[in-house]
Design a protein around this ligand. Structure first.
Ligand code: PRX
Length: 645
C-alpha cells in the first residue's frame, strides 16, 4: 500500500458529459462562502417541503447548542413520501428489495406511503406518542425503513440498534432511551442461513428495568420464537390489518428525529441526537451536490446497514426524501457467490453505488474476474465512506467497477455530523485517489496543530469544524455536559472531530485515522475502552488493554492484551473464551482478532497504559520510545510472550 508522491498528485477530471449535466457547478463554493447562512436557507427552502417557513436561519446564542431554521415546521416522513405522491410520482419505485435467498419485493412511493401509514397507525394503537422513543432492532429488510419513517411520522424518535449488537448492548440502549416499544424480526438471512434476532430482545427485556411494553415482530425467517402473550405482536397481524391512511402532524424544526448510539473514548456509548429541519436539509443537499442525484432516472444503492448513520442518512432519509429509486440488500456480498453485489447492480441497473473501503478491498482480493462477469455499465458515480480509502483500492474501484467513467466521491463525515462534510463535488473537482479533498459548499473545516491556533504543517494535525452546520448533532441524549466535554472543550467554540488529517499542496484533505481511542474496524466504530471494560468484567481477567492494529482488509483489527487472574491458565482456550465473551457482551463485530495473554502491561509512572507501544507490537513494528515507562523491561517480556504464544 506504499504510495509515491507522484501517485498522490494523480487526478481524474470529471468526464465531460458528467460535468455538463452535474446538479452543482463550480461557482457553488464561492456562492456558499459569500453568505453561508443565506446559502443554507436557500438550500433548505429549495429542497425541503416546509409546512411553515422558518423565521430565523440559525440560533447560536447558546453554543454549542444550535437551533437551525427556527420557527419552521415540517414532517420528515411527509418529505420522504407524501410530497412525491402528491407531485404525481406515486408510481415511481422507491425500494427494490433483494433478500439474501433471492426473494425480492418492490415498493412504489404510493405503496411505501401506505405501509408507513399502517405502521404509524399501529404504533399509535400501541400508545406511541409524539416525543416518545421506539427501539428498532431489525435486519436490512424494508420494514426497517418503514418503521423509521412511521416513527418520524408520529414525531417519536427512533433508536435503531444494529442487529449485530448483543442483548446486553440492546438492553443498555433501550434503558438509556427509555423506549416503550421495540420493533424486531424473528431473524434474517445471513451467509445462507437464518440468524435470530428475537431471542436477543427477549433476553434484553428479561434483564429487567426496561420500560418496554410492546414488541412488534416482523416474520422474516419463520423460525420458532418464544412468545410473551400481551407483550409480543406479529407485524403482519397488527400492521398488516391497520388502516393505510394516516394524516401526519407537522413538528418544530428542532423536534428530535432519532438517537443513534456510537462509541466514544469511554466505555459507555453515546446517544447522538439528531433533529429534523437541519438534518433533512443537509442530507438532501448532499444527495443533490455529492451524489448528483437525478431522482427520475437514478437507481441508488448504499450498501450500509440501517443500524449505522450511513444507513440512516443514505438508505432511509436521503434517497427517499430526494424521491429516487433505491436498492436494499439483506445479506453479505459473497452469498451465495462472490459476484452477488455485481449481479444486483446488473439486475436493477444501479447508477450510483456507495460502499465502504473494506468491502472494496475484499472484492479486490477475490479478483477482478468476478465483477468482470457482470454488466456494470449502468453505474455513473461511486462513493466511499467509513474509513480512509487507500489509493490502491480507490484505483481498483475506479477502473474495475467504474469502468474508468465514474467519478468517485470519498465522503468524510460522522454519526455526529449527520451528513457529508468533506467530499469532492463530482462534476466540479478532479478527484484524487485517497483524498476526500474539500468541505462541501456551506461547510468550513480546518486542520490545526495541537494548540488549535495554527494551521497544521505538512505532516498533519487535527481536524476541526469552526462553524455550526445544519445536520450537526444537537447533543448527547440526556448528557449535555458530556456533549460539551467531548466535542467542544479541546478548542473553544470549535468542534473537535477526533480525526487526524493533513492538507496537501493543493489544499486537499487526506485523513490519517482517529487521534483518540476510537477504532475503525471495517468502517465500524468501536471504542477501546468499551472492549477493555468488557474484558475486565470477565472473572478470568485482571487487566486489559486494547488497540486497533492496522489490517489490510478491515482497516483496523481489534487486538487485546490481557493479564489473567491468578491461577488462570495462559492457553489458546483462555484467549478464545475471552474473544467469545466480548462477542457475546458487545456483539460479534467487537470480538478481538487476537487476545494476547501477557504478564504485564506498559505503563507510565502515573499508571497510564501506553497503548502506542502495544500498537507497535500488534503491528509487528519495532517498539517506539519506552523512556517514559515505569519499567522499561515490560515490552521485552510482552514481545517474548507473544512470539512464544
Ligand atoms: O474516523 C472517521 C471515519 O469514521 C469516523 C466516523 O465514524 P461513524 O460515526 O461510525 O460514521 C461512519 C460513517 C460516516 C470518522 O471520525 N471516517 C468516516 N468516513 C471517512 C472516515 N475516515 C476517512 N475517510 C472517510 N471518508
Amino acid at each position: 500500500m506504499t504510495e509515491t508522491a507522484a501517485d498522490q498528485t494523480e487526478t481524474f477530471a470529471p468526464p465531460e458529459q458528467f460535468a455538463a449535466a452535474a446538479n452543482v457547478k463550480a461557482d457553488e463554493y464561492e456562492r456558499a462562502e459569500a453568505d453561508y447562512l443565506g446559502f443554507w436557507a436557500e438550500q433548505s427552502r429549495e429542497l425541503v417541503d416546509w409546512h411553515k417557513d422558518f423565521d430565523e436561519i440559525l440560533d447560536w446564542t447558546n453554543p454549542p447548542f444550535a437551533k437551525w431554521f427556527v420557527g419552521g415546521k415540517l414532517n420528515v416522513a411527509y418529505n420522504c413520501l407524501d410530497r412525491h405522491v402528491l407531485a404525481g410520482n406515486g408510481d415511481r419505485v422507491a425500494i427494490n428489495f433483494e433478500g439474501e435467498p433471492g426473494d425480492s419485493r418492490t415498493f412504489t412511493y404510493a405503496e411505501l406511503l401506505a405501509e408507513v401509514s399502517k405502521a404509524a397507525n399501529t404504533l399509535t394503537d400501541l400508545g406511541v406518542k409524539t416525543g416518545d422513543r421506539v427501539a428498532i432492532y431489525l435486519p436490512m429488510i424494508p420494514e426497517a425503513v418503514i418503521s423509521m419513517l412511521a416513527c418520524a411520522r408520529l414525531g417519536a424518535a427512533h433508536s435503531v440498534v444494529f442487529g449485530g449488537f448483543s442483548a446486553d448492548a440492546l438492553h443498555s440502549r433501550i434503558i438509556d432511551a427509555e423506549a416503550r416499544v421495540v420493533i424486531t424480526a424473528d431473524g434474517s438471512y445471513r451467509r445462507a442461513k437464518p440468524t435470530s434476532l428475537k431471542p436477543a430482545v427477549d433476553e434484553a427485556i428479561a434483564q429487567g428495568d426496561t420500560p418496554v411494553e410492546h414488541v412488534l415482530v416482523v416474520k422474516r425467517t419463520s423460525q420458532d420464537v418464544d412468545w410473551v402473550e400481551g407483550r409480543d405482536q406479529w407485524w403482519e397481524d397488527s400492521v398488516g390489518q391497520a388502516s393505510d391512511t394516516h394524516e401526519c402532524e407537522f413538528f418544530d424544526s428542532e423536534h428530535p428525529l432519532f438517537i443513534l448510539y456510537t462509541s466514544g473514548t469511554t466505555g459507555k456509548p453515546k446517544g447522538i441526537l439528531h433533529t429534523t429541519g437541519g438534518y433533512l436539509t443537509q442530507v438532501l443537499y448532499s444527495m443533490k451536490a455529492v451524489f448528483d442525484i437525478k431522482p427520475e432516472s437514478d437507481v441508488f444503492w448504499c450498501t450500509a446497514d440501517v443500524g449505522w448513520i450511513t444507513g440512516h442518512s443514505y438508505v432511509t432519509y436521503g434517497p427517499l426524501a430526494a424521491g429516487t429509486t433505491q436498492i436494499i440488500y439483506e445479506g453479505t456480498p459473497d452469498t451465495p457467490h462472490q459476484g452477488r453485489w455485481w449481479e444486483i447492480i446488473e439486475k436493477y441497473r444501479a447508477t450510483i453505488l456507495y460502499a465502504a473501503p473494506t468491502a472494496i478491498r475484499t472484492c479486490m482480493k477475490w479478483g477482478e474476474e468476478i465483477p468482470a462477469k457482470y454488466d456494470l455499465s449502468s453505474l455513473r458515480l461511486l462513493g466511499s465512506v467509513g474509513e480512509p480509502i487507500n489509493p490502491e483500492a480507490w484505483r481498483w474501484y475506479h477502473r474495475v467497477i467504474g469502468g474508468e467513467r465514474c467519478p468517485i466521491v470519498d465522503t468524510w463525515w460522522q454519526t455526529e455530523t449527520g451528513a457529508h462534510m468533506i467530499a469532492p463535488l463530482p462534476g466540479v473537482l478532479s478527484t484524487k485517489p485517497g483524498s476526500s479533498q474539500r468541505p462541501i459548499p456551506g461547510i468550513s473545516v480546518d486542520v490545526v496543530d495541537d494548540s488549535g491556533e495554527n494551521p497544521a504543517g505538512p505532516e498533519g494535525g487535527l481536524l476541526v469544524i469552526r462553524r455550526p452546520w445544519p445536520s450537526m448533532l444537537r447533543g448527547i441524549w440526556k448528557d449535555p455536559e458530556r456533549f460539551k466535554e467531548t466535542y467542544w472543550s479541546r478548542f473553544e467554540d470549535t468542534y473537535f472531530a477526533g480525526d487526524g488529517a493533513r492538507r496537501d499542496e493543493d489544499g486537499d484533505i487526506w485523513f490519517l485515522g482517529r487521534v483518540d481511542d476510537v477504532m475503525n474496524v471495517s468502517g465500524h466504530r468501536l471504542s477501546t475502552a468499551e472492549i477493555e471494560s468488557s474484558l475486565v468484567a470477565h472473572s478470568k481477567v485482571a487487566e486489559a488493554a486494547v488497540v486497533g492494529a492496522a489490517d489490510d482488509t478491515s482497516g483496523q483489527a481489534v487486538v487485546a492484551f490481557v493479564i489473567v487472574s491468578n491461577g488462570v491458565e495462559d492457553s489458546p482456550e483462555t484467549s478464545e473464551e475471552l474473544r467469545q465473551h466480548v462477542g457475546k457482551d458487545i456483539g460479534p463485530i467487537a470480538k478481538p482478532k487476537k487476545v494476547h495473554i501477557v504478564t504485564d502491561l506498559p505503563k507510565t509512572r502515573s499508571g497510564k497504559i501506553m497503548r502506542r507501544l502495544l500498537k507497535d507490537v500488534a503491528e509487528n513494528r519495532e517498539v517506539g520510545n519506552t523512556s517514559t515507562l515505569a519499567d522499561a523491561s515490560v515490552m521485552d517480556q510482552i514481545e517474548k510472550s507473544i512470539t512464544g504464544s
